[in-house]
Design a protein around this ligand. Structure first.
Ligand SMILES: Cc1cc2nc3c(=O)[nH]c(=O)nc-3n(C[C@H](O)[C@H](O)[C@H](O)COP(=O)(O)OP(=O)(O)OC[C@H]3O[C@@H](n4cnc5c(N)ncnc54)[C@H](O)[C@@H]3O)c2cc1C
Ligand SMILES: NC(=O)C1=CN([C@@H]2O[C@H](COP(=O)(O)OP(=O)(O)OC[C@H]3O[C@@H](n4cnc5c(N)ncnc54)[C@H](OP(=O)(O)O)[C@@H]3O)[C@@H](O)[C@H]2O)C=CC1
Ligand code: HEM
Ligand SMILES: [Fe+3]
Length: 482
């Protein structure tokens, strides 16, 4: 629900309306913005500053006092000061004892200090209750009223009451507090604003690498080869033909790479005979960014569909059709209708359309508003089962597109096969391995492993002891490793 304080209340309120006094240390950008927002939402604000002069930049209706005087006015103090300057708090130990200190600070680099800023503050002032909050909200977003970025405020702290009080303030400001637990979570919260799309980096680099590879591959086959052999200038293909080769191929390979880590994980689990061994880091990371890989793949598939829609209006296509027709008229020879070709042509387009439809469905179910409406089983059904169906349809679309010229030696140019044949390697491999994995004998073993059964484990003894819970099995696995 929108907070009623949002944006348009007068800055000066009559004293009966005023909520509690909040003290803000530091009259810098963040301190001022937060002070302005708090004043708007009915709080009385006192600034603690090195110089007690009221500046025109500060919101009217606030007070500026020395740090120690300001601290005496409120039991909640927001520390809007950079960590490097925290050491002067030692002089204020007495006055800050028992107060709730809200650390809003961020660093310049991930893991810049061994401990989080909030933990450092708590070490400096063991008598205070330190709560981490607000660091993911920017001064600009607070000032701009309607927030541009996230409204979520991550809050953590060791003292539950102190944390609750800070969360109440967050709510009053029209923001959403998210309790992240104890102060141990502060390090992670401080790293959030320093991250730039961490889960998108791998999909981004991978798709860029695939695009570059298939672009040059297609340039060699479709532009350089005809030029060298027949002196044909095919450079116009750079505009539509080559993108409409590179984009669908990238989409197909990326889609297969969404499902490849799942089969690798299954093979590893079968090989190890247990699920209680960690997957290697690279596999874990890969599994975690499958959603982003899938969405990038969907983006490329979208481009392919749009490029395909314009094929009939292309000059080159219209010219070729006219020419073929004219040649047939001159030669007085018509082209026989080949039913099998019609079948192949219609089938590959139809498979593409169905594949694209399911691809879109996967994309829609990944929207938080939709995924929140389905339960875990329904979500996995769509993502896993329909996901494999999407991969099968898109692979079949490409295989049937190859049709009769698939693997024909005449398609080779400088011994290089068509790009779509290379693109089919990973999808076909994933589908074949998946097909093997769902064979009943293998699937049963895999299902048992996922339910906690272990091959070659002393844990079978656990049955003798009546211990069948997961933790006892996990302990056994670790024990057998020692
Ligand atoms: C457009 C698009 C959008 C997508 N959006 C999302 C999204 O929003 N969220 C998302 O997560 N993915 C998303 N994906 C990625 C993908 O669809 C899912 O990750 C999908 O669940 C993968 O299915 P899977 O069968 O390969 O893997 P999973 O069903 O995750 O299984 C993979 C492996 O995990 C292990 N495993 C599974 N279950 C268990 C168990 N009970 N115990 C132990 N190990 C187990 C096994 O080793 C298994 O082989 C999206 C993909 C696309 C194309
Ligand atoms: N700006 C933003 O968008 C965001 C900032 N933050 C965090 O808020 C804190 C403040 O940031 P911001 O307001 O941008 O920084 P500024 O540099 O604008 O302000 C810092 C303030 O700290 C006070 N201060 C106290 N001691 C010293 C000292 N020795 N030297 C210099 N200044 C001192 C000063 O206030 P005075 O002169 O009154 O004493 C100064 O104005 C930081 O920890 C930052 O990481 C968090 C989220 C977003
Ligand atoms: C509405 C849906 C779709 C339609 C109408 C469609 C149509 C087409 C057409 C007409 C071609 C031939 C292009 C040409 O001759 O240059 C083609 C090729 C191809 N399509 Fe699709 N397609 C669709 C969806 C998809 C999807 C979802 C994928 C995979 C993710 C895909 C992958 C491919 C691939 C890999 C090729 C071969 C590219 C090449 O080497 O030239 N298509 N598609
Ligand atoms: Fe990593």
């Amino acid at each position: 629900m929108e907070n009623p304080c949002a944006n348009a209340l007068p800055l000066i309120m009559n004293s009966s309306q005023k909520q509690k006094t909040v003290c803000i240390f530091g009259t810098g950008d963040f301190g001022r913005s937060l002070g302005w927002k708090m004043l708007q939402c009915g709080y009385s604000v006192v600034f603690g500053s090195r110089s007690c002069q009221m500046s025109s930049l500060l919101p009217s209706g606030t007070e500026v006092l020395s740090y120690s005087e300001a601290a005496r006015k409120s039991d909640i103090i927001i520390i809007a000061i950079h960590r490097d300057h925290y050491n002067f708090f030692i002089e204020l130990t007495e006055v800050l004892n028992g107060k709730i200190l809200v650390d809003v600070s961020n660093n310049l680099k991930i893991n810049q200090y061994p401990e989080s800023n909030a933990e450092y503050l708590a070490q400096l002032l063991p008598g205070a209750h330190v709560v981490k909050a607000f660091n993911t909200i920017s001064a600009w977003a607070l000032q701009s009223g309607a927030l541009d970025a996230s409204r979520q405020v991550f809050v953590c702290g060791n003292d539950t009451k102190a944390k609750q009080r800070v969360m109440d303030i967050v709510r009053t400001l029209g923001l959403t507090p998210l309790d992240q637990g104890s102060l141990m979570a502060a390090k992670e919260i401080e790293n959030y604003p320093l991250q730039l799309f961490p889960m998108w980096r791998f999909p981004f680099y991978l798709s860029a690498a695939l695009c570059i590879f298939f672009f040059f591959y297609s340039v060699i086959r479709d532009i350089i080869y005809p030029y060298v052999n027949k002196k044909e200038d095919n450079t116009f293909r750079l505009a539509i033909s080559i993108p409409n080769r590179v984009f669908p191929i990238t989409a197909l390979v990326l889609l297969a790479l969404v499902y490849l880590p799942g089969v690798i994980a299954a093979i590893l689990q079968l090989y190890r005979g247990t699920k209680y061994h960690r997957f290697p880091h690279w596999l874990n990371h890969w599994m975690l960014c499958r959603k982003q890989l899938g969405l990038v793949a969907l983006g490329f598939a979208f481009l392919h569909v749009i490029y395909t829609l314009v094929i009939p209006i292309r000059y080159y296509v219209r010219w070729r059709l006219r020419n073929i027709t004219a040649t047939q008229v001159i030669d007085k020879k018509d082209d026989p209708f080949i039913t099998s070709t019609a079948w192949l042509s219609d089938s590959y387009v139809s498979l593409g359309i169905l594949g694209f439809f399911l691809f879109l469905l996967l994309g829609i179910t990944s929207l938080p508003s939709v995924s929140n409406m389905v339960n875990w089983r329904e979500f996995r059904f769509v993502q896993s089962k329909l996901g494999y169906l999407t991969l099968t349809l898109c692979t079949a679309h490409t295989l049937v597109y190859g049709g009769k010229r698939f693997l024909s030696p005449s398609a080779l140019r400088w011994y290089l096969p068509s790009a779509y044949i290379l693109a089919l390697i990973i999808p076909c491999a994933v589908l074949v391995i998946k097909f093997i994995l769902i064979m009943p004998c293998i699937d049963n073993t895999l299902t048992r492993i996922r339910q906690g059964w272990e091959r070659n484990s002393k844990c079978s003894k656990s049955a003798l002891f009546g211990k069948s819970d997961v933790s006892s099995k996990a302990e056994c696995t670790w024990a057998s490793e020692l």
